[in-house]
Design a protein around this ligand. Sequence first.
Ligand code: SF4
Length: 347
Amino acid sequence: MLRRRRSRRRAPATPGGRGDLSVVERSASEPSMTDKPPLTLLIAAPRGFCAGVDRAIRIVELALERYGAPVYVRHEIVHNKFVVDSLKAKGAVFVPELDQVPDGVPVVFSAHGVPKAVPARAQERGLNYLDATCPLVSKVHRQAERLIERGRHILFVGHAGHPEVIGTFGQVPEGRMTLIETAADALAVAPADPDSLAFLTQTTLSVDDTSEIVAILRRRFPAISGPRSEDICYATSNRQAAVKAIAARCEAMLVIGSPNSSNSLRLVEVAEREGTKARLVGRGADIDFAWLEGVRTLGITAGASAPELLVREVVDTLAQRFAVAEEPIEGVEERMIFKLPAGLEAA
Ligand code: SF4
């Protein structure tokens, strides 16, 4: 009786399930767990969605519930293809510029923030707009305004062309902010008045690169003012620290995120600097199994705009080829929650 019941057990499909192969019943064509090479997964914690991304997506969803489709979104709401495609399926329409938003429809501004001219133009046109700028990005915008009021010239550490950088430059009059992308830029910059400088940073930078750049700026311009710590947000810092915590134990690392996601790209760099080969993957289908040849311990993490669902998808895809075992990783617990814009909470 006991033997018959045990013989019907199947290997668990869940990632990490190894099953008791001595009692698994399977057909001749079904690959057994013993046919698969073992793969230990170290899944970084924390990873994935941050409070700013969660809020931005919620704003689009609530706008769709409240106003019905279509709801226009200027720029990708967050830099993740899966998230954008899911919202498109619900009726969101993504456009690069406000000019492409027809009159009379609601429009949401992305989590990365927008230049002041954008809400001003929306107001002129009488558009109903919702600002999904992450409050931590808005905080940098207000810091920039205050520094300009105090007569400072701002050295802004960030990446050219990133929407957050464009949005922050758009908070101050032209010519009052200079972009510093690298340590070489910090060494070369020659401001007109070195005694009235300030620095600010993009929120999603590499913690290590930025501290090197800031150290150069402080050394070259002792009077420079700036935030007590850089403006790199809690989510970016925590995810980079989580990668560092596991990288030394991994032979390779997969970072789930889109190629235009700044914080995801930084996670790849952090792993590589720790000596671990790393790759960005959008989702399970992107895994290059040849690249994983011989790997027995694999790290997994996800950028702040990548949903947990994609982490599970990657694990499930790996489980089709490997006998995966997940090792629990303890990480910093994140409790940050940002309020929704006034008027949307009760939707
Ligand atoms: Fe806000 Fe940081 Fe998330 Fe960007 S990564 S949305 S700054 S919490």
